[in-house]
Structure formats: structure tokens, C-alpha cells
Design a protein around this ligand. Structure first.
Ligand SMILES: CC(C)[C@H](C(=O)O)[C@@H](O)C(=O)O
Ligand code: SF4
Length: 413
């Protein structure tokens, strides 16, 4: 009678863990990026710890402010690189390698049944592989660095089922926006969502990652998809260690259940400044744009760039269009497939793999009163620049909108 989360926490804590129990769990993999490792390392040093618990289980990607944008960032990067050397952390990904939530899956650290904790809220992305992936603060991460353990309250679970087939022009991003619009930004607070249904089964790993990535935007502690052949095929030859897939019992208890119908889904837009301010694209008023941004841990994968290129091929963008691949691998593949050439010819700017302008810290910031359509996961006030307005959408919608300069249904292009 257990959910996926209860089973993973039972294994990781060595006791029969049930929802709402407090447990101390062994973490399988721990991640901190350039933005959060600074504080995690500071607090690790303050604890007067000498050695990390296991240098092969810690993953540090530099992705948020990369390449360094200021003297301060450069100094912090330098400090962390020194600590990484000193601690012999084996999984360090320096500037240009890509976004943490892309690198962990690509390098086989997001594995079924594992407890993967990151000092970043979108660590729920690893749920796409049937892991319990979750984000913690930097000081909690310092405790994991030291001991490999952390306390957790085992979450209750929600069952979210999506049946049917997506219409052309409709994607995983539209589904997760619809789900968040329905449940609200607090609809899954401290709960683990488990995703089921034919619409999920037929999704690629890329689409599944988009879905799990945004579980936190409804307050979710995790967003888990039961692993299947698609998962195992993806992990073939890249899994960093052995894993044991975990599935919910038939009689697992869920605090709530929701069902969505992919057949009826339209392209969705989250209007500023809340992620749950979601509408069918046909229901919003004409909206002029200043910038389009395609990238991030939500939608910066090969499939996303491919969709954008198919829309932009042979055309010219009407507004500033920034495209930032999620990782070096994505960029290399996109170069090989001619996708980057198509995007450049269409007038897009290609950024180096990383978070890019997603959180407004680096490149591509928008000015006061400007509007941006973005494939990211957050449209909070001021996130991409003070006084800016962010509209969240799929890569197809963002690309179609880049062509016209206003929010545009990709099916009309
Ligand atoms: C900088 C980091 C702490 C933050 C997060 O945790 O999500 C960032 O990645 C974001 O998307 O806002
Ligand atoms: S791409 Fe955006 S949402 Fe993802 S980790 Fe980077 S800043 Fe956070």
C-alpha cells in the first residue's frame, strides 16, 4: 500500500516510511550549481567539516551566471573551483556544459528509484526518470555534503492522469501549464505528484522532463513519472550506476486525483506575473512582444530547438529572439542537424549552454515595460528584468510568436 515516494523513502531511510513520517534518508546524488554551491560550501566550512561524504556522489554544474558576468561572479566561481579541486569532486561541469537539470539526466545521475537532491527548486525534473528528485536550500545541502543524509517529511501524493493524444501544435509544456492553471500555484504544496495515462506514456523523455520540471510551480515536492521502456532506452549505456525501478502499489493512497484530456488541449499561455495565470491561446487578447526566449531546463532540449527551427525555417524573426541550448550535447546535436544554421539564418541569437536570461541574472534581460515570450517555467514579476512582462509558452508558440512579433498560435503559421 505505498506510493512511489513512500517506497523510495523506505529504501533510503531503512524503515517503512509512510506519508507524513519524518525520516532521515541517505541521498543517492547531491547537486549544487554555481548559484547555490557558494552558500553550501560556506556553511560546510562553518561546520568545520573537512571532507565531503562522497566526492563521486556530488555533482556541481556551473550554469546560472556563465560565463562569469562580473568580477564578483568570477571570484565566486574561482572559489568554488578551488574547493572542488580540494575535495576531489569528480562530477564538475564548468561553464558552457549546460544546465544542471539537463546535465544530471544526460550523465546518468537521474535514475529510477533514487533519491536525488539538488540545491535548486527545479530538481523535481529528475522525477521524469522515476527518481524522487527534489530541491533544498543551500544550508541543507551543506549537511548532505558532510553526511550524505538529510531529514525529510515523506510527502503525501497526488495522482495526475492525462489520457489521449496531443493535437498538432500542442506539447507537454501546454499540458503542464494546463495542470498548473487548474491546480493553482499552491495546489500541490509539499505533495509528490505521480503522473499516469496514455498522454504521458507516449511522451519522449524530453517531454516528460518538461512536465516534471514544473511540478514545483504548483508547490510540488516532486513530480514523478513511473519508468518504462522509454526511460530504460534513454538510460541504456549512460546510467552512472545500477538502479531498481520503483512503482506504486495498486492500493496506494493519494490525497487527490485529477484527470486531464490531451485530445481537448489547446496551446496554453501563462500570463504575467503568475505561473497559474493560464489561458487557452485563443482566449487572450492581442499581445505585442519585444523578445522571444527559447531555452532553460524546461524547454531547451534538442526536440525543443527542432520544433522552433521547423517553424523558423526560411523565415525572419520580427523581434529579438534568444535561443539557449540546455547543454553542450544539445548544442552539438543541433549543429549536426543543421538546426543552429536554420535558427541563425532566421535572425536568432544563440547563447552558450546554461540558464541564459531565465532568471534575469545574465544576458537577455528585458527593459521596463517590455514583454517577452519565454519557454521557461516562471514568469514572476521582475524575474527577467525590473518592470518586464513574461508570457510562458511552448517552444512552438514562442517560435511562431517570434515570427509575427505578437503572441501567435503555432497552428496559424
Ligand atoms: C538560483 C536558484 C536558487 C533558483 C532555484 O532554486 O530555482 C533558480 O534556478 C530559479 O530557477 O529561480
Ligand atoms: S534554467 Fe531557469 S529555472 Fe532552470 S535552473 Fe536555470 S534559472 Fe532555474
Amino acid at each position: 500500500m505505498s506510493t512511489i515516494s513512500e517506497k523510495i523513502f523506505s529504501r533510503a531511510s531503512g524503515k517503512n516510511a509512510k506519508a507524513n513520517d519524518f525520516v532521515i534518508a541517505d541521498v543517492d546524488f547531491a547537486m549544487a550549481h554555481d548559484g547555490t554551491s557558494v552558500l553550501a560550501v560556506k556553511s560546510f566550512k562553518e561546520m568545520e567539516e573537512e571532507k565531503v561524504w562522497n566526492p563521486d556522489k556530488i555533482i556541481i554544474p556551473f550554469d546560472h551566471l556563465t560565463p562569469a558576468n562580473t568580477d564578483t561572479t568570477a571570484a565566486l566561481h574561482h572559489e568554488i573551483r578551488e574547493w572542488i579541486k580540494e575535495q576531489k569532486i569528480s562530477n564538475f561541469y564548468d561553464v558552457g556544459e549546460g544546465i544542471c537539470h539537463q546535465l544530471l539526466p544526460e550523465n546518468g545521475f537521474a535514475l529510477p528509484g533514487k533519491l536525488v537532491v539538488g540545491a535548486d527548486s527545479h530538481s523535481c525534473t529528475y522525477g521524469a526518470f522515476g527518481a524522487f528528485g527534489t530541491g533544498v536550500g543551500a544550508t541543507d545541502m551543506s549537511e548532505i555534503f558532510a553526511s550524505g543524509k538529510l531529514w525529510f517529511k515523506v510527502p503525501e501524493s497526488l495522482k495526475i492522469t492525462a489520457e489521449g493524444n496531443f493535437k498538432s501544435g500542442v506539447y507537454a509544456k501546454d499540458l503542464i501549464l494546463k495542470i498548473i492553471g487548474t491546480l493553482g500555484v499552491a495546489g500541490a504544496t509539499y505533495k509528490a505528484a505521480e503522473f499516469y495515462g496514455t498522454a504521458i506514456d507516449s511522451m519522449s523523455m524530453s517531454g516528460r522532463m518538461t512536465l516534471s520540471n514544473m511540478a514545483i510551480e504548483m508547490g510540488g515536492k516532486a513530480g514523478i513519472i513511473p519508468p518504462d521502456k522509454t526511460t530504460f532506452d534513454f538510460l541504456e549505456g549512460i546510467a552512472s550506476e545500477e538502479y531498481e525501478p520503483v512503482y506504486a502499489s495498486e492500493d496506494a493512497v493519494y490525497s487527490d486525483e485529477y484527470t486531464f484530456n490531451a485530445n481537448e488541449l489547446e496551446p496554453q499561455i501563462a500570463l504575467p506575473h503568475q505561473v497559474d495565470n493560464v489561458n487557452d491561446i485563443g482566449d487572450i487578447k492581442p499581445t505585442k512582444l519585444d523578445q522571444a526566449f527559447i531555452g532553460t531546463c524546461t524547454n531547451g532540449r534538442l526536440e525543443d530547438l527542432e520544433v522552433a527551427a521547423s517553424i523558423l525555417k526560411g523565415e525572419k524573426v520580427a523581434i529579438r529572439t534568444l535561443i539557449v541550448p540546455a547543454s553542450r550535447n544539445v548544442l552539438i546535436e543541433a549543429v549536426r542537424k543543421g538546426i543552429i544554421e536554420t535558427l541563425l539564418e532566421a535572425g536568432a541569437v544563440i547563447g552558450s549552454p546554461g540558464c541564459g536570461p531565465c532568471l534575469g541574472g545574465h544576458m537577455g534581460v528585458i527593459g521596463k515595460g517590455e514583454t517577452c515570450i519565454s519557454t521557461a517555467n516562471r514568469n514572476f514579476k521582475g524575474r527577467m528584468g525590473t518592470g518586464g512582462f513574461i508570457y510562458l509558452a511552448s517552444p512552438a508558440t514562442a517560435a511562431a510568436s517570434a515570427l509575427t512579433g505578437e503572441i501567435t498560435d503555432p497552428r496559424e503559421i
